[in-house]
Write a protein of this length. Structure first.
Length: 172
């Protein structure tokens, strides 16, 4: 899995270098031949300005930037109350998760068994490859994570009959 993540990072780096090379070649192009587009403004969001939405079983969620349902980059945050995890699911796009506060627990199968999770303390980052089944959340304390991905993104829940979030229990 680490190899796949490193390959993905390598692909992103290669694409960035290609784009940078295109920018250098544009320097030799007369300015009248380049479309004039206004620069994007800086966007600053203070923690006190985040607009949280209450979800199932006490989960709070906020879109920080972009929109996961539309094309382009997005940043979201989730706060998991103590003892609540997402049910096993997958996404159709790669995602990067960073633990902002607390200890986040992640399982990489459909079992929803807390004994099979990895503890990720504050500051940890995890790459979620597209279509990989996983579950995650809090065991003992409130935890906040930030997710960065590319939209549009859809989520497929393995046990859709039990909801999106809840108290984990071994399913297999």
């Amino acid at each position: 899995m680490i190899t796949k993540a490193l390959n993905k990072i390598s692909q992103i780096t290669t694409a960035t270098l290609m784009i940078a090379g295109m920018g250098v070649s544009l320097l030799n192009t007369p300015s009248s031949a380049i479309a004039q587009t206004p620069p994007l403004p800086f966007v600053s969001i203070k923690n006190s300005e985040i607009k949280w939405v209450e979800k199932e079983n006490g989960i709070r969620s906020a879109v920080i930037f972009g929109d996961p349902d539309k094309p382009g980059y997005y940043i979201t945050r989730n706060i998991f109350p103590p003892g609540v995890m997402s049910t096993p699911h997958s996404h159709d796009q790669d995602r990067f998760v960073t633990v902002i506060r607390g200890t986040w627990y992640a399982g990489t199968n459909a079992n929803w068994d807390t004994s099979e999770t990895v503890a990720m303390p504050q500051g940890s980052t995890m790459f979620h490859p597209k279509d990989a089944v996983h579950y995650d959340g809090s065991l003992n304390d409130e935890v906040e994570v930030q997710i960065i991905g590319m939209g549009p993104m859809t989520t497929k829940y393995i046990y859709s009959n039990i909801g999106k979030f809840g108290k984990p229990r071994k399913m297999n």
